[in-house]
Design a binder for this molecule. Structure first.
Ligand SMILES: Cc1cc2nc3c(=O)[nH]c(=O)nc-3n(C[C@H](O)[C@H](O)[C@H](O)COP(=O)(O)OP(=O)(O)OC[C@H]3O[C@@H](n4cnc5c(N)ncnc54)[C@H](O)[C@@H]3O)c2cc1C
Length: 397
C-alpha cells in the first residue's frame, strides 16, 4: 500500500515531487483531467497528475505503450540538440529519469549504460561537439581507440578511430517502464480505458471540455491533455511534419537482431546506431536507412535494408556470426514542424492542452512534471515558454 499524496517525501519521485508542488501552490487537486494517449508521454503525465491528487482518466485506442514509444531507440541524451534551451530541457530529462528510477523499480527499465561514439561526421565535428557540450556542463570526453575498445569490449574499433564517451547517457526499456507508469497512475486512482472505449474521436473545447470516444461515450473534464503522438493533429491543431506521404522524414526503420552476446553500452559508429535489447537482441538503426524508407516502402526493400544493417552490425560487433533479423518495423517519429516540442494550452481552444514531441523518451519524465505544475498552478513554468503552441498562432494570442 502506497502512502497518500502529501506524505511522499522522496525528492524527484512522482509522489514526492507532486506533493511538494501541490503544497507549495495550494491547488485544485480535485480537478478532472482526461489524458489522451498512453505512450511514454501520456503515461508519465497521467502518473504525475494522479499522484498530485487530480482525478485522471487515461484513454488509449490500443494497449498502453504499443505505438512509437515501443519501437524507439530510446536513447537518453542531449548529445546534439539545440538551441541551448532545448539542450537544457533534454539534459533535465535525463536527470528526471535518474531521479525517478529508485522510486519506480528502475532495474526493470533504466539503463544508464553510457554511450561510445566512433566519429560519425569526422574527428573535427566530434571534437567540436565534445568541446561545446563540456562548455555547457554536459559529461563528454574524447577517448582514444584503446579506451573506446576497453569501454566496449564487443566493439571492433579501428586503431585510428576518433572516439568519444558520454558517461551520462543511456537508454530506457519503454515497455516495462510504461506498464509501471500506468500502474502507478492507477494506484493513485486513475481510470484507464483502452480499445474502442479509449479511442477518442473528437475533443470539444470549453469551460468543461468534452471528449468523445468511439464507443459513443462523452467524458466531461476540467482539462484535456492530448498526448496522442503522431496522431495529435487529428484531434488538436498543431503542425507536425506529415508522416504518411511518400518520402516523409518522419518514418524510421528499426531492426532487431540476435542472438547477440554483446555489447553492453549504447554505440554509434559512422553507419550504425545500436544498443542492447531484451531477449539477447540488438536494436539497430541507421540514418541512411531512415532516409530511404517510409510507410509505403515495399517489403522486399525493407528486408534488403534489414540485411544490410545486420551486415553492418556483424562488421562492428564481435559475436554476431549466428545472428539473424528477428524484428523489422517502420515506425514514425512525431516531428513538430520546427523540430521543437509543442507543450501547452491551445490558443482558441479552452480546456485543451497539448504535448507532442520528438525525443519524447528523453523528455517525458521532465516534461510531465512541468506539465503537472502548469495544470495544478495555472502558470506555465519558465522552461516551457519556448514550446508554447501559441508560437504557431500569434494572431490568436
Ligand atoms: C525509430 C525511432 C527512434 C527514436 N529514437 C529516440 C531516441 O533515441 N531518444 C528519444 O528520446 N526519442 C526517440 N524517438 C522519439 C520518441 O520515441 C517519441 O518522441 C516518443 O516515443 C513519443 O511518445 P508519445 O507518448 O508522445 O507517443 P506514442 O508512443 O506514439 O503514444 C501515443 C499514444 O496515443 C494513442 N492515440 C493516438 N490517437 C489516439 C486517439 N484518437 N484516441 C486514443 N488514443 C490515441 C496511441 O495509441 C499511442 O499509444 C524515436 C522515435 C522513433 C520512431
Amino acid at each position: 500500500m502506497r502512502p497518500r499524496v502529501g506524505h511522499f517525501m522522496i525528492a524527484g519521485s512522482i509522489g514526492g515531487y507532486m506533493a511538494k508542488t501541490a503544497r507549495d501552490h495550494g491547488v485544485m487537486t480535485s480537478r478532472r483531467v482526461v489524458v489522451v494517449g498512453a505512450g511514454i508521454l501520456g503515461a508519465s503525465v497521467a502518473a504525475r497528475l494522479a499522484a498530485a491528487g487530480l482525478r485522471v482518466t487515461l484513454l488509449d485506442q490500443d494497449q498502453p505503450g504499443r505505438a512509437t514509444s515501443r519501437w524507439s531507440f530510446a536513447w537518453l541524451n542531449s548529445n546534439d540538440k539545440g538551441p541551448r534551451h532545448y539542450h537544457d530541457l533534454n539534459y533535465a530529462g535525463m536527470s528526471a529519469w535518474a531521479e525517478l528510477a529508485p522510486d519506480l523499480d528502475g532495474d526493470a527499465w533504466y539503463r544508464p549504460s553510457g554511450h561510445v561514439e566512433l566519429a560519425t561526421a569526422g574527428a573535427a565535428e566530434l571534437e567540436a561537439r565534445v568541446k561545446r557540450l563540456t562548455d555547457w556542463g554536459y559529461p563528454a570526453r574524447l577517448v582514444d581507440a584503446a579506451e573506446a575498445a576497453a569501454l566496449e569490449p564487443a566493439l571492433r574499433v579501428p586503431p585510428d578511430a576518433a572516439a568519444a564517451f558520454f558517461p551520462g547517457e543511456g537508454y530506457l526499456l519503454t515497455e516495462p517502464l510504461i506498464a509501471r507508469l500506468v500502474a502507478r497512475a492507477q494506484s493513485h486512482g486513475a481510470q484507464v480505458r483502452t480499445g474502442e472505449p479509449g479511442r477518442v474521436t473528437g475533443l470539444e473545447p470549453g469551460a468543461a471540455p468534452r471528449v468523445r470516444t468511439a464507443a459513443g461515450q462523452v467524458l466531461e473534464a476540467d482539462e484535456v491533455v492530448c498526448c496522442a503522438g503522431r496522431w495529435t493533429p487529428a484531434l488538436a491543431e498543431v503542425p507536425l511534419i506529415p508522416w504518411d506521404t511518400s518520402g516523409s522524414a518522419a518514418p524510421d526503420l528499426v531492426v532487431r537482431v540476435g542472438p547477440a552476446p554483446g555489447p553492453v553500452r549504447l554505440v554509434h559508429t559512422p553507419d550504425l546506431a545500436l544498443r542492447p535489447h531484451p531477449g539477447g537482441l540488438l536494436h539497430l538503426e541507421a540514418e541512411d536507412a531512415a532516409a530511404a524508407v517510409d510507410l509505403h516502402t515495399p517489403e522486399p526493400e525493407l528486408r534488403r535494408w534489414a540485411a544490410e544493417l545486420l551486415r553492418r552490425a556483424q562488421r562492428t560487433v564481435r559475436g554476431l556470426d549466428d545472428a539473424r533479423v528477428v524484428e523489422l518495423k517502420v515506425c514514425v517519429r512525431p516531428l513538430p514542424a520546427d523540430g521543437q516540442s509543442i507543450v501547452g494550452r491551445l490558443a482558441g481552444a479552452r480546456g485543451i492542452y497539448v504535448a507532442v514531441t520528438h525525443s519524447g523518451v528523453t523528455l517525458a519524465a521532465h516534461l510531465s512534471r512541468l506539465i503537472t505544475t502548469d495544470l495544478t498552478t495555472g502558470t506555465p513554468p519558465a522552461p516551457l515558454t519556448p514550446y508554447t503552441p501559441a508560437r504557431f498562432t500569434p494572431d490568436l494570442v
